[in-house]
Ligand binder design. Structure first.
Ligand SMILES: [Mn+2]
Length: 510
């Protein structure tokens, strides 16, 4: 990786000279696991360490000037910035004027050249030949640890203990589950499931999910709890928990995070409901091709989640905006076949700034431009979304019969794990199914399934989340189902069960 030699050389010098080293990370899961990874690694043989995470509300994302001042006040002469820093031109220059060096481990795209750091580790640098470009921030911190170990002829397997953290970062930062990430995540998940560090053990014991944990358990179970620590005001608490060695205090703190996260979710749901209500109160909402909603009181931390929920519910490109520093700040999500980034480009004269890609993006604009933006965005959606594109599409990997889902099939399927972005758990299609009579509705429109082929014997069981009504519509006649398979343990024995995605009536002639 470009600059790795310089990073190792500078870090090594700091270790030899006994310099005070500041580990600086972003406040989210990737940042806090980065700091914990580097701290856990270095503290095995070096104690003159400190760490710093910016305040989400006061300092925002990235390397803050306040962070540089902290380094100076605490006598740190080397900062290792992780999951951020590649755009921190100003902060790195300020540090340099104080005689503080930076090593940057980032995975974001550089902007306007590179900061004046001793080393800029970032596979997304155009001049970096590192073959895998999609490492998480924590993954790059791990690469630095590996390189330092290599330099000292330390056996690489001594770093295996860090992989539980790396796996959490890969899952929660939603980086592609391909190449090196898939390998790191696979071994990291093993670690996490068999011998996690105390802090992660405490979190796992509170999330109420059957073991072994998979990638989505990390994304939806562990991730929100680690993030909750950052949202409580101080992301240092997340690092403290991740580095904790005391089981009782780790459990206490994990319980606090669970509680806090529960309340945050209630707020999220309330806001999403409010957004839904606001949209469907517009007289022409059914005719509209897009959703743009602004409310100065919505919380900036959850507009992205709200936009996702709107897109899921109404299947339209959605932009949710709130007010921050007297600007309208928005988060947008799109549907298949509508390039959000291109659409925003057409509105660029209305914005202070915008960025993102085809499916997700963000923007800032003067509050008085929101109405004009909503109108233009609707016109673009009207022009670009084809009329047949009014329903989500499920990509089906293969048609299969229940008789073929045996233990050999299960083992083969396992070899494709861990699943994640760009390596999705395959969706299968089974045709001509009937209810065995044992399917049961559950609370919240969920459904417990017991099914077989109309012309077959083998019964498979499973669940359909939010599909109770959909099942009710098809169950009186043979139907087809799109589904994932998931592994569950029944009396210690692994077995595959159904996770339904959708149903439709069976039509024999096709
Ligand atoms: Mn990251």
């Amino acid at each position: 990786m470009k600059d790795m030699d310089r990073a190792v050389e500078r870090l090594d010098k700091a270790l030899q000279d006994g310099e005070r080293i500041l580990l600086y990370g972003d406040y989210d899961v990737d940042g806090t696991t980065s700091v914990a990874t580097m701290h856990a690694f270095l503290s095995g043989f070096y104690q003159n360490l400190d760490y710093y995470l910016p305040d989400r509300d006061k300092e925002g994302y990235g390397v803050s000037l306040a962070g540089v001042e902290y380094a100076r006040e605490h006598g740190c002469t080397l900062v290792v910035a992780m999951d951020c820093g590649i755009k921190a031109h100003e902060a790195v220059s300020l540090a340099k004027s104080y005689g503080i060096d930076f090593i940057i481990c980032d995975h974001h795209l550089p902007e306007g050249g590179l900061p004046d750091a001793v080393a800029n580790l970032d596979p997304k640098r155009s001049d970096c030949d590192y073959p895998f470009k999609e490492l998480s921030g924590c993954g790059i911190a791990f690469k630095l640890a590996q390189a330092l170990a290599l330099h000292h002829n330390t056996p690489q397997d001594e770093l295996d203990g860090l992989l539980d953290l790396v796996a959490v970062s890969i899952a929660c930062d939603i980086v592609p589950m391909t190449g090196e990430n898939r390998i790191l995540a696979r071994f990291g998940l093993q670690r996490l499931n068999h011998s996690p560090r105390t802090g992660l053990w405490a979190l796992i014991s509170r999330i109420n999910r059957p073991l072994p944990l998979n990638v989505s358990d990390l994304v939806f179970g562990l991730g929100p709890l680690i993030n909750a620590a950052g949202r409580l005001g101080d992301a240092r608490d997340a690092v403290r928990l991740l580095l904790s060695t005391d089981r009782n205090s780790a459990l206490d703190y994990a319980a606090k995070l669970v509680d806090r996260n529960k309340r945050r979710r209630e707020v999220d749901y309330a806001m999403a409901d409010e957004a839904k209500r606001r949209f469907t109160e517009q007289p022409d909402w059914e005719m509209r091709k897009s959703i743009v909603l602004f409310d100065p009181d919505w919380h900036k931390g959850i507009i992205g989640i709200a936009a996702s929920r709107m897109t899921e519910t109404f299947y339209r490109p959605s932009v949710i905006l709130t007010r921050s520093n007297n600007r309208a700040v928005g988060s947008a999500r799109s549907i298949r076949g509508f390039d959000l980034y291109e659409a925003l480009q057409e509105c660029e004269d209305l914005f202070f700034s915008y960025g993102g890609h085809a499916h997700a993006a963000g923007m800032q604009m003067p509050v008085e431009n929101v109405d004009a933006f909503a109108e233009r965005f609707e016109a673009i959606a009207n022009r670009n979304i084809p009329p047949e594109n009014s329903q989500p599409v499920i990509d089906i990997c293969a048609k299969i019969r229940f008789e073929n889902i045996d233990s050999r099939f299960r083992k083969t399927l396992r070899q494709f794990e861990p699943f994640g972005p760009y390596n999705r758990n395959p969706v299968f299609r089974a045709e001509n199914l009937v209810d065995t009579g044992q399917s049961r509705p559950l609370a919240n429109n969920h459904i417990r399934l017991s099914l077989r082929h109309a012309d077959g014997q083998k019964i498979m069981t499973g669940i359909g989340f939010g599909l109770g009504d959909a099942f009710e519509r098809v169950r009186s006649r043979p139907f087809d189902m799109a589904f994932n398979l998931r592994e569950e343990h029944w009396r210690g024995e692994p077995m595959l069960t159904l996770l339904a995605k959708d149903f439709k009536p069976f039509s024999p002639e096709k």
